[in-house]
Ligand binder design. Structure first.
Ligand SMILES: NC(=O)c1ccc[n+]([C@@H]2O[C@H](COP(=O)([O-])OP(=O)(O)OC[C@H]3O[C@@H](n4cnc5c(N)ncnc54)[C@H](OP(=O)(O)O)[C@@H]3O)[C@@H](O)[C@H]2O)c1
Length: 384
């Protein structure tokens, strides 16, 4: 099987690596490659596999958390980047254990990133794998969800973490028809899912975006207006708008370190503020612009005076992912795929993944680029 691997070695790469590409991430020169590895062993008749599935990954994409995995920043012994990395994937069921019901060889599935863990359930632990780029995965059947036939591999490989988290955030913030929502970091993958889903259910969605680079896409998704957090005139307009509408019903914020103080003050009575921010590793820098110590009390005062609620949200539950897939199937949700790579294009894939100009996900598809079997619905948006 193939697997995307990374190291920091100089000189000749190992013989089993191909499509080698160098790229600097957070100031560290990394070497990426597609390695050949021994197939994952799987005996469908074995008792220890009775609830497990052998899944053949068709495509994968990388996330904020994969940066730390690629840089080898996890505690020693917890992750070997030489065995691969990656979090999101779409796979085809290759074989099933004897007690697996509801999944059959040939089904296309994505991982369900369930959180929090359920007591007594030893397989419900967040992100399903840290090595999504390994072509053959042994996965507990309960962690896999079938995807609609019309969804392309690139779209499906871009789905789980972003969609499941965004849907959980909207659930916590009680976003529905006619809710007024402010979404920060508008061009982050999490926010693009949140914006598309909120607009799809009839909410009035405004957003904050530092770069402003997704203006056309955001308007297409249904955003009423996008504000620049670095433009004082825009911030005044946003405050005026918040007064007019008696505050936002909900703020969805993937970067609380940048936005929490600003955002909480814009919430209305009984409003909700929800963030999913997790540091991606020890060297992930705090955005820092919105968290000077002295302002916390003023933020909390604002929160208390409005009976508003702050929610922390990590990933989601299976129902969030199923709701997102259902909305996609019904045409109420878009998956923004920036670009798709395959074959020897590891270099272009890695460079685009870490490119700040990327708008939506970069996906790597194993095998050929022939998608006739899963015709691509026309909601893929290419980045600049
Ligand atoms: N806990 C969980 O389960 C979970 C799941 C998913 C995501 N997350 C969190 O959500 C964050 C976003 O993840 P993602 O994969 O959606 O990100 P992403 O797609 O890589 O987001 C990049 C975008 O976010 C904005 N941005 C980047 N750095 C920023 C900063 N320091 N301050 C303010 N805005 C910034 C920019 O948007 P604009 O130019 O439009 O402002 C940028 O285009 C991660 O840091 C992670 O902590 C957590």
């Amino acid at each position: 099987m193939r697997v995307l691997v990374v190291d920091e070695e100089q000189g000749a790469p190992p013989d089993h690596w191909s499509a080698i590409a160098e790229h600097t991430v957070r100031g560290r020169a990394l070497r990426f490659g597609l390695a050949e590895a021994a197939d994952t062993a799987f005996d469908p008749a074995a008792d220890h596999n009775r609830e497990y599935v052998l899944a053949r990954v068709r495509a994968f994409s990388l996330n904020y958390r994969d940066t730390a995995l690629a840089l080898g920043e996890h505690a020693e012994g917890t992750h070997d980047r030489g065995r691969g990395f990656g979090s999101d994937f779409v796979a085809e069921v290759a074989a099933t254990g004897s007690a697996v019901r509801g999944l059959r060889p040939g089904d296309r599935v994505i991982p369900s990133m369930d959180w929090p863990p359920r007591p007594g359930d030893t397989v419900s632990a967040g992100v399903v794998t840290n090595t999504a780029s390994r072509e053959l995965q042994r996965v507990h059947h309960s962690r896999l969800v079938p995807v609609p036939t019309a969804m392309s591999d690139a779209q499906a490989a871009s789905f789980s973490i972003g969609a499941q988290t965004a849907y959980a955030m909207l659930r916590r913030a009680e976003v529905g028809r006619d809710t007024t929502v402010l979404v920060t970091a508008a061009t982050s993958m999490t926010s693009l899912f949140a914006i598309s889903a909120a607009c799809g259910r009839g909410a009035r969605v405004y957003c904050l975006s530092r770069s402003g680079r997704g203006a056309d896409l955001l308007a297409e998704l249904g955003v009423v207006r996008s504000f620049d957090p670095n433009d004082p005139a825009d911030l005044k307009d946003l405050a005026r708008l918040a007064r007019q509408i008696r505050g936002f019903d909900a703020v969805v914020d993937p970067f609380c370190d940048a936005y929490v103080l600003t955002a909480v003050k814009l919430i209305g009575f009984n409003g909700h503020y929800v963030t999913c921010r997790l540091m991606g590793g020890p060297h992930d820098e705090m955005a820092g612009t919105d968290t000077p110590g002295g302002h916390w009390l003023s933020m909390l005062t604002s929160l208390v005076s409005k009976n508003a609620t702050i929610h922390g949200q990590c990933l989601g539950v299976r129902a969030d992912l199923e709701a997102a897939l259902g909305d996609w199937d019904a045409g109420r949700l878009r998956v923004v795929v920036d670009s798709e790579f395959s074959g020897a294009d590891i270099g272009p894939f890695v460079r685009r993944t870490f490119d700040p100009a990327r708008l939506g996900k970069a996906a790597y598809v194993f095998g050929d680029r022939d998608h006739d079997e899963y015709p691509e619905r026309d909601d893929t948006t290419k980045g600049a």
